[in-house]
Design a protein around this ligand. Structure first.
Ligand code: ZN
Ligand code: ZN
Length: 353
């Protein structure tokens, strides 16, 4: 029996070694935004250590292959994947934060980030709403997570803003909320965020309660190919501590289904760093995109598609300044980012070179 188990185990390990493959990740670098580096993150995913289908190694390698810079593996009530994840990820230059998922009995789910892998979650997904119940009171568990150095964000938020979230936010333990969870469908041109299926109401919560915005896969089977949900993190240093600092400071932007969601101030800095606009001759404007995001910009009645790391031009006879409306960049579920450019100053700068 023991021998059979051994054979089964070595066969499983051999299959894992053979199927573990690394690919060249898609280009996903950003220009510096002020003093920050922009990293692509996914902070919610599962492995066979809870109800996911991939091993920790497979999950890490898949994340690397798809172009993430930082991840957290967040199995239900189990932070233990972290050690293997870190071991596999470090040589790849991929950052890993320790994490796990928990929540209130039958209600909200929360993802914990930054607690040590040795942390022992109590009654995951069964937290009680009042003290003295059979399972641990949510406030006691949230406080334990905070004392261990962790933070929480709300996963796939329900429509209701209830006491556990309200209390966690007021205590500064819950610092973020998912705007997207998984791969949303898009119904072109209708509804908030241009018809992308996600959690627009949690975007409102994030603005109202000063929460970090997240777009995560919450993936259980293998990820899909193509564009992934990404939490952009604006870090002062490319380390796990730098990522935690950025999340605590709410320096995140949610990028998914070709839309970008965030606070106006950070989005303004992001698009101004990513897309350079210059006069081209006397009747055109030229756009140069230095980021992996495809932007759609409206100005003076025309729409310009600016591809990732690509260029675009548009006709321009509209005078000395222009208002750019960024049609896939959202400062609330119903409003687009607008920025101003001064054509005269740009033209003078271009001719003085
Ligand atoms: Zn969940
Ligand atoms: Zn989950």
């Amino acid at each position: 029996m023991i021998r059979l188990k051994y054979v089964a185990l070595t066969t499983a390990l051999l299959i894992a070694a053979l199927t573990a493959t690394l690919a060249e990740p898609p280009r996903h670098d950003f220009p510096p935004v002020g003093c920050w580096q922009v990293l692509c993150g996914d902070f919610h995913m599962h492995t066979i250590n809870s109800d996911g289908k991939l091993t920790t190694r497979e999950r890490v390698e898949e994340s690397y292959n798809l172009g993430y810079d930082v991840i957290a593996i967040t199995d239900h009530g189990k932070p233990g994947s972290y050690r293997v994840a870190k071991y596999v990820a470090e040589p790849l230059g991929l950052l890993v934060l320790p994490g796990f998922e928990t929540g209130v009995l039958g209600k909200e789910h929360y993802v914990a980030l930054g607690v040590p892998a040795t942390f022992k979650p109590r009654d995951p997904h069964k937290l009680s709403e009042k003290p003295g119940d059979k399972t641990v009171y949510y406030r006691d568990e949230m406080l334990a997570i905070a004392e261990a150095g962790g933070i929480l964000f709300q996963a796939h938020p329900p429509n209701e803003w209830r006491d556990p979230t309200d209390w966690g936010v007021r205590e500064g333990i819950i610092v973020g909320v998912e705007i997207q969870n998984g791969y949303g469908k898009v119904e072109e041109g209708s509804g908030p965020l241009g018809g992308v299926h996600c959690y627009p109401h949690s975007f409102d919560w994030a603005l109202k309660h000063n929460l970090a915005l997240f777009a995560n896969t919450d993936i259980h089977p293998a990820r899909k190919q193509g564009q992934q949900p990404v939490t952009l993190v604006f870090v002062a240093e490319r380390t796990p501590a730098g990522v935690m600092d950025a999340i605590r400071a709410r320096r995140t932007v949610a990028w998914f289904n070709n839309v970008v969601c965030g606070r106006e101030e950070l989005l303004t800095k992001l698009v101004e760093a990513c897309v350079l606009v210059k006069p081209s001759g006397s009747t055109q404007l030229a756009f140069e995109n230095r980021s992996p995001i495809a932007f759609r910009v409206a100005l003076a009645g025309s729409t310009v598609e600016v591809p990732p790391y690509g260029n675009a031009v548009c006709e321009w006879t509209g005078g000395n300044s222009a208002t750019l409306k960024w049609l896939n960049v959202w400062t609330s579920p119903t409003s687009n980012l607008e920025t101003e450019i001064k054509i005269g100053e740009l033209a003078a700068a271009a001719t003085s070179k």
